[in-house]
Design a protein around this ligand. Structure first.
Ligand SMILES: *Cc1c(COP(=O)(O)O)cnc(C)c1O
Length: 412
């Protein structure tokens, strides 16, 4: 069975725990930088490529600054995410505002920052104009509906709430031109946590063909195609990282075959990946508190679903390493659980693991995206600290843990 790697060992974590008690999430700066460089290199052929990191995956300004240094922009979908991007020094067309069911105040903020606005619905053209004015450049999110099948997390496009129908895309571009908008973009995102490289190439083909039709039918010349996020990561040890070079080459071929003959070149290629950039480079570190034997064997840890919701929410697999016992035989089968009064507060069910004793430190893998960010305070659980494992091997607190006073701060 293939192993999953850790950039730290038991001794390093024991030292860290003296200063920052568990649970906490720790992120590996070197890994994040390496992954984003590989992604950008895979699209080096494109006339203008930009990765807009999906802020919701890991909304911490220290991480956004690292990604900005690597040349990324920010994909924001809420007011708080816009403000975070701004505080990390990412402004103007370095921000892609891809929201849905958008409150007007958020459009106003996006306009103030001069972000690229990617509309989710045809009615938002008038809504945006009325509340914030139409910007020079406008993008639209396409939902292919029954033309495309999606996957488990995002669901089938036909029942997904996002985007414009094909007909609405044409109507939208006509309407925008009538209102004087001169620069255009197009976007789609139809999968989440998808591991098949070919799926992303098919998505590019679909969007490029649409851009070509839009130009033919409406005269609107799309200047960028935003292929969204959704590139998956190997949560399970036997799964493989998406071959990003193959995605880049496949998209390049589609660009040559569709965009160039359509007269749309040069056109920029954008991505909004979150998970694929930071997901594999985060770990939730937690200490075993209790061992319980009833009808099944349980290990109770000091983290809970409030620190990492994916297993409870989607039955998602997150690999677990017991620090110092990485190579020990997996002789036991445990449910690894948190303390919420909710029976789906389980990080693992029937998981073969080495014998665990109270006090053992566990690293739950792949929490660098949609991990801490999805946290909540049910049962009065406090949200954990976030720590950066810097490139030089030092560690830095990039978000402190919540205190009980934080939790009560909003009570009147
Ligand atoms: C969530 C989201 C992303 C990022 O998705 P990942 O699976 O983390 O790559 C990008 N764009 C939009 C519009 C999203 O909602």
């Amino acid at each position: 069975m293939p192993q999953k790697e850790l950039p730290f060992n038991l001794e390093q974590i024991q030292k860290l725990v003296e200063k920052y008690p568990t649970p906490f999430h720790i992120y590996d700066e070197a890994g994040i930088r390496k992954t984003v460089r590989e992604l950008i290199r895979a699209f080096a052929w494109a006339p203008a490529f930009k990765e807009f990191f999906a802020v919701k995956a890991l909304p911490n300004p220290h991480i956004l600054k690292i990604l900005k240094e690597e040349g990324c922009g920010a994909d924001c979908s809420s007011l708080a995410e816009l403000v975070l991007a701004e505080r990390a020094g990412i402004i103007g067309p370095e921000i892609m505002f891809t929201s849905n069911d958008t409150p007007w105040q958020e459009f106003v903020k996006a306009r103030q920052l001069n972000a690229i606005i990617n509309l989710d619905d045809i009615s938002h053209i008038d809504y945006l104009e009325k509340h914030a004015g139409l910007p020079e450049i406008v993008s639209m999110r396409f939902n292919p509906g029954p033309e495309r099948t999606g996957n488990a997390i995002i669901g089938d496009p036909a029942s997904a709430k996002y985007g414009f129908t094909r007909e609405q895309v044409f109507e939208g571009f006509l309407l925008l031109q009538k209102k004087g908008v001169k620069r255009f973009g197009i976007h789609t995102m139809v999968a989440s946590n998808e591991l098949n490289a070919d799926y992303f190439v098919q998505t590019a083909v679909m969007l490029f063909e649409l851009a070509a039709k839009v130009y033919q039918k409406t005269g609107a010349r799309v200047e960028f195609a935003n292929l969204g996020g959704g590139i998956g990561i190997p949560y399970k040890p036997e799964q493989k990282t998406v071959d990003i070079v193959a995605v880049g080459q496949g998209v390049k071929k589609a660009y040559r075959d569709i965009i160039e003959p359509a007269g749309l070149a040069p056109m920029s290629i954008f991505l909004e990946c979150g998970r694929a950039i930071t997901g594999p480079h985060g770990w939730l570190v937690t200490t075993a508190l209790h061992k319980k034997q009833i009808y099944k064997d349980y290990i109770g840890v000091d983290a809970c679903m409030a620190n990492l919701m994916r297993p409870g929410l989607y039955g998602a697999y997150h690999h677990i390493s017991v620090l110092g016992k990485e190579d020990a035989p997996k002789t036991r089968v445990y449910d690894v659980v948190g303390s919420l009064c909710e029976n789906n507060d389980k990080f693992a069910i029937d998981r073969p693991l080495p014998e665990i004793e109270p006090g053992d430190i566990l690293a739950i893998h792949d929490t660098g995206a949609h991990g801490h960010a999805m946290g909540f305070n049910y049962n009065g659980k406090l949200r954990s600290a976030e720590i950066l494992l810097c490139e030089d091997g030092s560690t830095r607190l990039i978000r402190r843990a919540e205190t009980i006073d934080d939790h009560f701060a909003t009570l009147v």
